[in-house]
Design a protein around this ligand. Structure first.
Ligand code: ZN
Ligand code: ZN
Length: 370
């Protein structure tokens, strides 16, 4: 989340601005970004929201004093605040001060309805897809506008009537102290309209279960947990309100060989005891094919070799991470007679005490109790 901008900065006024200066600046900027002037511009709506919130706080002497002292962390800061704010309540606030400034349009033509919800989708990708980058098609089940009625919820030939409860505004006013809050009209569910004969396809809801397809571009080296936002890819809005956004969360699936750590890869390789002792050239899998790697004589169990540049590509860079090869010396469980003899001999040669083929009575007992 972005940190909140300073209210004085938002309103473009000095910190000692008096109420007249505040009001003038708010009016000038709010007119510019008013949703009625920028019907399809969400960034303008956001600016309008920020302006209104800033003005609400700074135009109230008590709140302003608290803000000057504590900033955005002030306890019990009033104002609309947060993400739940809708533009309707903001424009209501604006009009409560300046009146209807855009030619007195009837309120019911104003944007209304319920914006679609944001959706989250976990996209599982293989490590190979992360290595190369990928364009992935995804199908998102969601609420979509009914095709039959175009979201109006009305049967063919039936015109929705303006809701008597809210006069078509989709919202009713609630007063809280000096602020006016708008809340969704229960009679029409926020659409501002009532329907005599509902659309049979969607039972008058205007919405139905459906799905939409998107292609998501995954750059090579994408992080686990990274989020791609597809604007307006969420649930459809109702009653002319905008769709929500779609948040695609990248999840890297577990890989049978490699474990990812940033742009580096880790993987284990098994070598035999003679290979560990004498050294060897062995074949090691990497994300882009096997390579030959030298095992030094006297390599101990758990030693890590680094294959430089054999990891994942770094985002927005031509560099690549490394692959870390963890060496595990394999201990054979089944031996042929000859192998056993040789290893026993090796043991004797090394001066180690080893368990011979015919365990002593004492060792038999020990094994029995283990
Ligand atoms: Zn319908
Ligand atoms: Zn209503």
């Amino acid at each position: 989340m972005q940190s909140k901008r300073d209210y004085y900065e938002v309103l473009d006024v000095p910190r000692d601005a008096d109420s007249d200066v505040l009001k003038k600046s708010y009016r000038r900027l709010a007119m510019k970004y008013h949703p009625d002037q920028n019907p399809d511009d969400n960034s303008a709506a956001d600016k309008f929201k920020d302006l209104t919130e800033a003005y609400q706080v700074l135009s109230d002497p008590q709140q302003r004093a608290r803000y000057d002292r504590f900033g955005h962390n002030a306890p019990d800061m009033a104002g609309f605040g947060g993400a739940a704010v809708n533009v309707g309540s903001m424009t209501d606030f604006f009009e409560s001060i300046f009146g209807s400034v855009f030619g007195g349009q009837p309120r019911r033509q104003r944007r209304r309805g319920t914006p679609g919800r944001d959706l989250q989708y976990d996209l599982s990708l293989s490590l190979e897809q992360i290595f190369t980058g990928a364009d992935v098609k995804i199908t998102i089940p969601k609420l979509v506008r009914c095709d039959e009625c175009g979201g109006s919820g009305a049967a063919k030939g039936v015109t929705p009537q303006t809701c008597g409860q809210c006069q078509g505004r989709g919202q009713v006013q609630l007063r809280q102290g000096i602020f006016t809050m708008a809340t969704t009209c229960l009679a029409c569910g926020g659409t501002g309209e009532t329907i005599s004969e509902p659309c049979a396809e969607c039972d008058g809801r205007g919405m139905m279960k459906g799905e939409e397809e998107y292609e998501v571009h995954i750059p090579a080296g994408a992080d686990d947990g990274a989020v791609k936002i597809i604007e307006r890819g969420g649930e459809h809005g109702r009653g002319g309100a905008p769709n929500g956004d779609l948040h695609v969360v990248i999840r890297v699936a577990e890989h049978p060989v490699f474990r990812r750590q940033g742009y580096d890869l880790h993987g284990a390789i098994h070598i035999s005891y003679p290979q560990a002792v004498l050294g060897a050239q062995i074949e090691v899998p990497t994300i882009d094919g096997p390579v030959t790697m030298k095992i030094n004589p006297g390599t101990e169990n758990g030693r890590v070799y680094r294959l430089k540049g054999k990891g994942l590509p770094a985002l927005r860079s031509s560099r690549r991470g490394d692959q870390h090869v963890h060496v595990e010396v394999a201990v054979p469980r089944k031996l042929t007679d000859r192998q056993r003899t040789l290893i026993e001999e090796l043991g004797v040669e090394l001066g180690d005490e080893v368990q011979s083929r015919q365990p002593s009575f004492f060792e038999k007992m020990k094994n029995f109790f283990e």
